[in-house]
Design a protein around this ligand. Structure first.
Ligand SMILES: [Zn+2]
Length: 202
C-alpha cells in the first residue's frame, strides 16, 4: 500500500504519526511506501521546504515531491507577494488546506495510494478553520467519494506541546525542523509560529 503525505508544516510530526497509527490501528507492515508532498506556494518561510527535503533524506525510502502553486490573488503577509511581513497579522491563508488536500488526493489516486496523512493538530484549531475535526471529517468524505482516499490526521487531538513530548520517544531532532513564518536566516521569535514553538517547548 502506498501512502501520500502532505507536508507544509512540521516534518518531524510524520514519524511519530505513522508509528502511532500503526500501533493504534494494527496496520503494521501495510504501509510499504511513503511519498511525501510539500507545497511551494510563495510562502516567506520557503526555508521549510529545504528543512523538509533534508529531513526526508535522513529517513530514507521516502520519495519527495514539491508542488508549486501560485496564490497571487491573496494579500496575506505570509506570502512573498505581499509587500511587508506583519507578525501580528492572521496566518490564515484562505482555502489552503482544501487546495492542498485535493492535490494530495489527486497524487494519491494517480499513484494507487489509499491514504493521505496531514499533520493538523489541536493547537491549530483556534486559528485555522481548515484544521478542525469537523472540517477534516467533511473533506475526508470528499476524498473518499472522489477516489477512495482516506484522509488521516493522527495528531488532530494533540497539542503541539503533546507532539513535542511524544517526539521524545522517537528521538526527534527539532533543530532539523522549521516553523518561523518570517523565513529569515534565524527565527524571528515574534510571529505566531515562533510563539507556538516556544510554548510547545522547542
Ligand atoms: Zn517567527
Amino acid at each position: 500500500m502506498d501512502s501520500t503525505l502532505i507536508l507544509h508544516q512540521c516534518l518531524a510530526e510524520w514519524r511519530g504519526a505513522c508509528d502511532k497509527l500503526r500501533k493504534g490501528r494494527n496496520i503494521k507492515n501495510t504501509i510499504t511506501r511513503v511519498h511525501a508532498v510539500s507545497f511551494a506556494y510563495g510562502q516567506r518561510h520557503h526555508r521549510e521546504l529545504d528543512f523538509a527535503a533534508r529531513y526526508l533524506e535522513g529517513l530514507g525510502k521516502v520519495t519527495h515531491q514539491i508542488v508549486h502553486l501560485d496564490f497571487d490573488w491573496l494579500r496575506c503577509s505570509l506570502l512573498r507577494s505581499h509587500r511587508g511581513f506583519n507578525p501580528d497579522e492572521t496566518p490564515v491563508i484562505p482555502g489552503r488546506n482544501s487546495i492542498m488536500i485535493s492535490i494530495a488526493a489527486s497524487i494519491a489516486m494517480e499513484r494507487g495510494s489509499q491514504m493521505v496523512f496531514i499533520g493538523c493538530n489541536k493547537t491549530d484549531w483556534e486559528v485555522f478553520p481548515d484544521c478542525r475535526p469537523l472540517y477534516m471529517r467533511a473533506i475526508n468524505e470528499v476524498t473518499l467519494l472522489q477516489g477512495g482516499i482516506h484522509l488521516i490526521a493522527p495528531l488532530i487531538g494533540m497539542t503541539k506541546k503533546d507532539i513535542v513530548e511524544a517526539g521524545k520517544q522517537y528521538n526527534i531532532d527539532w533543530s532539523k525542523t522549521w516553523s518561523c513564518y518570517k523565513g529569515e536566516k534565524e527565527p524571528c521569535d515574534e510571529c505566531a509560529a515562533c510563539k507556538e514553538r516556544t510554548k510547545a517547548g522547542v
